[in-house]
Design a binder for this molecule. Structure first.
Ligand SMILES: C[S@@+](CC[C@H](N)C(=O)[O-])C[C@H]1O[C@@H](n2cnc3c(N)ncnc32)[C@H](O)[C@@H]1O
Length: 444
């Protein structure tokens, strides 16, 4: 334990500017903001060379030790300290020995209301935006574009600024909270992918593999036959009801216009057909369903969906099917719902191009909002991100909060013995509240 770690344990009250000054002093003198308790322990015990498996950072300590009875002034001091640590590069999503990020610790201590929680979420949003930018950056390949020139008799490399051949360099993304961030952020792919990414051929993250994986409908769920990964589950029915209701709100305000407007909706991803059954019950004029998996398409056939007069089945991936619809240019939707499997946040960003092209001016776009939902603080970061991204497309997104049933949560947040995940290998949900999204064009 170092003085920096001791400082972040707040053993002396009240918290005053002295804490801020000391923190600045340590950081300015070269102690990294991410210096962990584990690293300090190894150092003190002569085990500097040993790798640490967990990262209890100063930010974790602040979140663990900030007193519950802080005064306003003390809260402001803690906020300043967190701001400084973040400025110095403290990681918002590193995990400690209990697999907790700093934000997770605050949630567990019921201290989400503190400004330091919001600061951590905002740091997460900034980090994700930065990561995206870094992935977009085009780097000049040093091997090809470095000229060796002589300066004072010595050869030094000089960067050539203009080149017609610029190659993109993939950048290793930092992934401290692996299981959460991997859900939402695509990895830069280089060949062979298996060598660098053990999940490269996992049906849950690789769409090509998923579409070749056998599925089965079983006990109120659609799962992958071999792995028992949950593709869709019955507990989501209430979320689907919210989604279906949202689609039917995409009508013109003007009564005359409303009478003339045909209700045309699109659902992307049939799964168990929960939302599609709800949509059918509301009798839309036309109901498009886009589905890519052969086993799910077989289910649509068995259950008579192809015979329904107002239903149009788009067989295949939405990426191809919506491209066709958009280029035909004769169908526009009052509502579009998106809930697929084995796709990433980057796919959703691609979808937004189609949404703005296919939605009627008064239409509504909604989706199953499970972005980062296996860790609450990541879920909150993605709520902010998706809202910003939709804004960039001229779509305003409102969220309705819905408290999910306790049996959808994992221990210790689920006090009941049964959980919906009992027979499922990996759970994709661990948040007490669902943020149901409803997006429409801003000017409407
Ligand atoms: C979570 S389920 C949808 C559940 C549905 N909302 C319901 O109420 O039952 C996801 C579905 O999306 C399908 N899917 C996955 N990727 C797709 C893609 N790129 N295009 C079309 N469908 C896709 C899957 O095969 C699966 O049937």
């Amino acid at each position: 334990m170092t003085d920096l770690h001791d400082l972040c344990k707040f053993t002396k009250r009240p918290l005053t500017e002295e804490y801020v000054d000391n923190l600045k002093y340590y950081l300015k003198n070269g102690i990294p903001s991410t210096y962990t308790v584990e690293e300090a322990y190894n150092f003190e015990n002569g085990k500097e060379d040993e790798e640490t498996t967990s990262n209890t950072t100063p930010l974790h300590l602040i979140c663990r030790h900030i007193p519950e009875d802080c005064t306003e002034e003390e809260i402001a001091i803690a906020s300043k300290m967190v701001e400084i640590l973040l400025e110095y590069g403290a990681g918002w999503c590193l995990v400690d020995s209990d697999e907790n990020t700093p934000g997770c610790i605050l949630i567990k201590r019921n201290l989400k209301k503190l400004p330091i929680y919001t600061q951590i979420v905002q740091a997460g949003v900034r980090a994700e935006l930065l990561l995206r930018k870094v992935e977009e950056i085009e780097f000049v390949d040093e091997e090809d574009y470095l000229h060796d020139v002589e300066v004072n008799g010595e050869e030094v490399p000089e960067l050539v600024e203009e080149s017609s051949e610029v190659v993109e360099k993939s950048v290793e993304e930092p992934q401290p909270v692996e299981e959460s961030v991997e859900e939402s952020v695509e990895k830069p792919v280089e060949q062979p992918v298996e060598a660098i990414d053990p999940y490269a051929n996992d049906p849950a993250t690789n769409q090509e593999t998923y579409l070749k994986t056998k599925l089965e409908y079983k006990d109120g769920a659609l799962v992958t036959k071999e792995n028992k990964d949950g593709v869709m589950m019955e507990w989501e029915s209430e979320l689907m009801r919210m989604g279906s209701d949202s689609l039917f709100k995409g009508v013109p305000e003007d009564a005359e216009e409303k009478k003339e407007d045909d209700m045309v909706v699109l659902n992307i991803g049939f799964g168990m057909g929960i939302i599609d059954t709800m949509i059918q019950n509301k009798k839309p004029t036309k109901h498009y369903i886009c589905e890519a998996h052969p086993d799910v398409l077989a289910k649509l056939k068995r259950d008579g969906w192809y015979e329904k007069p107002n239903v149009v089945i788009l067989e295949g991936r939405w990426q191809e099917q919506l491209t066709k619809l958009l280029s035909d240019g004769n169908v526009f939707f009052n509502g579009i719902y998106y809930d697929t499997y084995s796709e990433h946040y980057s796919d959703m960003l691609d979808l937004f191009d189609f949404v703005v092209g296919l939605l009627k001016p008064h239409g509504v776009f909604s989706f199953f909002n499970g972005l980062g939902a296996d860790r609450q603080v990541v879920y909150e970061v993605y709520k902010e991100l998706v809202e910003m991204d939709l804004n960039n497309y001229g779509l305003d997104c409102k969220f309705t909060e819905y408290e999910v049933p306790k049996e959808t949560m994992q221990a210790p947040n689920n006090p009941q013995p049964e959980s919906v995940w009992d027979d499922i290998k990996r759970s994709y949900w661990s948040c007490p509240v669902y943020y149901h999204p409803e997006a429409r064009f801003m000017e409407y």
